[in-house]
Design a protein around this ligand. Sequence first.
Ligand code: CAO
Length: 278
Amino acid sequence: MTVATGRKGRILKEDVKLFIKQTLAEGVVSTGGAGIPSIPAVDFSVFGGIEIQKLSKIKRLTGQNLTRVWLNLPMVTYHDEADITEMEAFRIALNSEKAKDDIKITGLLFIIKALVAAMKQFPSFNASLSSDGESIILKQYFNIGIAVDTPNGLVVPVLRDVDSKSINQLAIELAEKSAKARLGKLLPNEMQGGCLTISSLGGIGGTAFTPIVNAPEVAILGVTRAKMQPVWNGKEFIPRLMLPLDLTYDHRVIDGAEGARFMAVVKQNLSDIRRLLL
Ligand code: CAO
């Protein structure tokens, strides 16, 4: 707390200097602002051996952005599962027709398409809240960000105009962009202009997680590993390949019912990909 020592309560240069000195002495490691108490610094070496590693620039910037989003957005995560048994059979058949060095078709490409088809039905998912919070800006383009894990941290290249591209085109583009991301060669404009982001951990595992919205987007779709499960069809249990999906959305823009309806459409699109032709 600063004490103004000047005449009539004026803040002097010395007061400002003292304030800065006091703040630094408190050992602030992170602060969310808005009066949120900071996490105190701890001397871990008191308890055992330690090594200090500098965070990469990407990690530092991502950290700042995630904290900003966490503090500003009232977020809800909705979990569901899509039956991708037929989609997976089609994907495997497609890949078996391809030459050895052709780009592989992964399930993520169908998820991108299924998502964009749902965004067309639910424009509020392809929107941003204006900075004064008074209006919604609806977008007429469909750009999808894909979270890519790199040695230096998380980056989100953006696939542009996904609605007008084929699965094969998207496969080539995603392979190029993720390779560039991993080499740290993405240009800033290749990470801008996203409408909605997908964070897929499916190649690694998981049953569910709660991704953080990549604001000013209003939602993010998390994907974890598909798994064979017994599903009751009214008469018997049948084995179906089920894909877990996690939708986090900004509750200021999207209502719970809207989120659930949106996911029902994403699921429908994935369960019967012929719908993507409609
Ligand atoms: N269920 C089951 N298997 C899956 C799957 C899923 N949901 N998603 C991917 N797989 C499989 C793929 O089919 C592939 O299998 P094969 O090697 O047998 O062909 C394997 O897992 C690897 O897939 P991939 O990760 O190379 O490809 P992708 O298109 O699914 O994903 C990319 C591309 C760039 C998103 C991914 O490589 C990546 O970086 N993921 C991590 C993103 C991340 O860190 N998100 C966290 C953000 S929040 O902190």
